[in-house]
Ligand binder design. Sequence first.
Ligand code: NAP
Length: 358
Amino acid sequence: MTARNPISVGVIGVGVIGRDHVLRLARRTVGAQVVAIADADNDRARSVAAEVGADVHATGAELIADGRVDAVVVASWGPTHEEYVLAAIAAGKPVFCEKPLAPTREACDRILDAEVAAGRRLVTVGFMRRHDQQYRAMKEVVVGGSIGAPLLMHAAHRNVSVPSFFTSEMIVTDTAVHDIDVARWMFDEEIVAVTVLSGRVSGKAQPGFRDPQLIILQTASGILVDVEASVNAGFAYDIRGEVVGEDGTVELSESAGAVVKRAGAAHVRVPTEWIERFTPAFDAEFRAWIDVIAAGGTHATVGPTAWDGYAATACCEAGLAALHSGTQERVELRPKPELYCTTQPALTSTALPEGTPR
Ligand code: NAP
């Protein structure tokens, strides 16, 4: 399939992240333009559209049907994703869907079935950490083998605070879902079991809110991944990761910025918001997405596929069961369709310093 240039994108849902994606696509993604916007809040749609000179559609369905729209971004709230992703597949248009692909395994199943029937990968899921230079450098070391066979991974996902509608369950489905995707991607293995522990609750949490949680993932080969998910950490948006191998370890560096040492102390900036920490990764994921569409190959997806979205949701469902049962819960996946078994083109190289053993 040959695509147009620039790629004309329509964005559905322009709240916090949707507006950010609109500005990213319109202002700093080479080869992309935003031509159409839809949002349940029409005033919000109009205001964001005015920032980039796009048209406004009354509904997401109308936007997908617009002949000028080459590709669709879905950044509305999770339960609305399925309808729009299915409509984009039916229209044969590449669709970038923010996480989650859909909040239930059944909804993800329907998306997989539709894409398999179309015979072409059109769905990319917004697990942007796969595009983060620090995570990519870490994976390069794990894959390179210099630290030996991976045994364990320690991770922490600490938010400063969350809105009052946030629930204990959302710590699994909205927060730790990124760590779940990282674990699957880091080790190229499925997660087969999930345990969720909660103990002493933060005094900053609402009554009844189980924060922090310790989420333990087990991969198919037995690698254990512990994720501290903590959403009232107060001090920073603090993302950590360390893989322990048989011969060494590799960890995310403390900061992408400079370390200042003076007057007997070291100072390093720690972001307070996810948007600051991951903006370069969001930029990279959209550059890669637009490039793959413009290249016009068989598949119009890069990075996390619909299968990855399905597997993450299945892990989250097991995580929710584990949160309530207090015991380890198994993750049962359907057989992986052939469509998702071929590898994708590799993303560009990482920022590993010269001479780092890979
Ligand atoms: P948000 O600020 O609430 O924005 C969602 C927007 O979608 C709102 O304007 C909402 O309108 C609109 N909307 C709701 N239902 C719709 C529908 N059926 N059709 C069209 N528009 C609809 O949410 P957000 O924080 O941006 O999150 C959006 C999605 O991105 C979620 O799936 C979230 O999990 C994901 N996300 C991912 C990351 C990441 O790190 N990758 C970070 C943040 C968010 P109303 O306000 O009127 O309902």
